[in-house]
Ligand binder design. Structure first.
Ligand SMILES: Nc1nc2c(ncn2[C@@H]2O[C@H](COP(=O)(O)OP(=O)(O)OP(=O)(O)O)[C@@H](O)[C@H]2O)c(=O)[nH]1
Length: 368
């Protein structure tokens, strides 16, 4: 059955790789994640730096008040104080303070008033100086405290945001890892199932063409190879011979020593025959105790020489046979050359079979 179209295009392996790639991307992003947050913090704290202005203003105000309270009214240094107050005015005259702190505008008015008084050169009493500057210092201190509280709030928010991001990242990383490994596991099971299927198919193919007892090719394989060899002969005149080999008096062997012993002897005979062949020759179990040998490229002389060698190897095994020729297991063989029988599978087999029959009729343990 054909798998659905999407299954052929999306494999679990690719999904797994995608998950790990996303995980990597998230981690890379995390590496630079702190950066925008920190810059946001400094953007926010840009407004907070005004706290420093208030601090500087407060210090100058305190110095000015101290000077005014310790001033010798006979030798006043009002211009210097006035200069300090002008600087303070400039430090406090910022939109942020005026927008957010109600006392800020009154503070500027008071500074203005004191400055104008100083400008007249008339002595400024301690009471006047204190009544004008103390509320100003109080307001500036409030601004300082307010800005400081704001800075703390922003810092806390930033920490909380970073913590939330970390937690979210952890969950995403965990999910990415689990999904990646999950898809990889699916891919692995799919791969194993595929390998198992392939293995099964190969085994079935092997079983379909091989004999289970001896492990050599079977008759079906011989039919196929014979057709291929005939095609080759027709196309290029490539000669070949077919030898049919049959164990002599095998029924008696089985009857005397039992079927399991007969199986062992059959395997020994097959191994002996295989040992007598050339690399390009092929062995088949044609049926029962009958073995076929396809001798590629062999003319009559070569075919006969190999077939004789086969019979000799069987003899040389020396398997004891109570009713065998000379007391041992032997075999007979019939050979057919493609050029004699005609390029037809059935005709070649029939000819080799007739030759084998002749060998049996002539006393067995021989080639015909
Ligand atoms: N042990 C065993 N015996 C088998 C197997 N296949 C076929 N046989 C036996 O081979 C014997 C063939 O007997 P026959 O066809 O009469 O031939 P034969 O006894 O060898 O006599 P000739 O061929 O005339 O020499 C039968 O007894 C089958 O049971 C096998 O796989 N194992």
């Amino acid at each position: 059955m054909k798998s659905p179209r999407w299954r052929r295009h999306i494999s679990w392996l690719w999904l797994s790789i995608l998950c790990f790639a996303l995980l990597f991307a998230v981690l890379s992003y995390e590496a630079g994640w702190g950066q925008p947050q920190v810059s946001r913090y400094f953007n926010n704290t840009g407004k907070l730096t005004d706290k420093q202005l208030a601090t500087r203003a407060r210090e100058r105000l305190q110095n000015s008040l101290e000077t005014l309270l310790t001033e010798n009214p006979q030798h006043p240094h009002y211009p210097a104080i006035s200069q300090q107050l002008n600087i303070v005015y400039g430090l406090l005259n910022v939109p942020l303070y005026l927008d957010e702190y109600p006392c800020a505008q009154g503070t500027l008015d008071r500074l203005d008033r004191l400055d104008r008084t100083l400008a007249t050169g008339a002595p400024v009493s301690h009471e006047l100086a204190a009544s004008l500057l103390l509320p100003v210092i109080q307001c500036v201190s409030d601004i300082e405290a307010g800005q400081e509280a704001k800075r703390t709030r922003v810092a806390l928010m930033l920490l909380e945001e970073i913590e939330n991001n970390r937690r979210m990242l952890l969950w995403w990383a965990l999910a990415g890892c689990l999904a990646g490994f999950g898809f990889w596991a699916l891919h692995e099971s799919q791969r194993r199932a595929y390998t198992r299927d392939l293995h099964d198919k190969l085994e079935w193919m092997h079983r379909a063409s091989h004999d289970p007892l001896t492990g050599i090719l079977n008759r079906r394989a011989l039919d196929q190879d014979l057709r291929a060899a005939i095609a080759e002969y027709r196309a290029h005149g490539q000669l070949f011979s077919l030898v049919l080999c049959d164990i002599d008096y095998f029924k008696q062997y089985n009857d005397a020593l039992g079927h399991p012993q007969g199986d062992r002897a059959l395997k020994d005979v097959v191994n002996a025959i295989a040992g007598a062949l050339r690399p390009g020759d092929t062995l088949y179990r044609y049926g029962g105790e009958e073995i076929a040998i396809l001798l590629a490229g062999a003319d009559r002389e070569q075919g006969q020489r190999i077939a004789e060698r086969v019979l000799e190897r069987v003899r040389a095994l020396g398997i004891a046979h109570p009713e065998g020729i000379g007391g041992i297991l032997t075999a007979s063989a019939g050979i057919a050359l493609v050029s004699d029988s005609g390029p037809d599978a059935e005709a070649i087999i029939a000819m080799a079979d007739r030759q084998l029959y002749q060998a049996k009729q002539s006393g067995r343990d021989q080639l015909f």
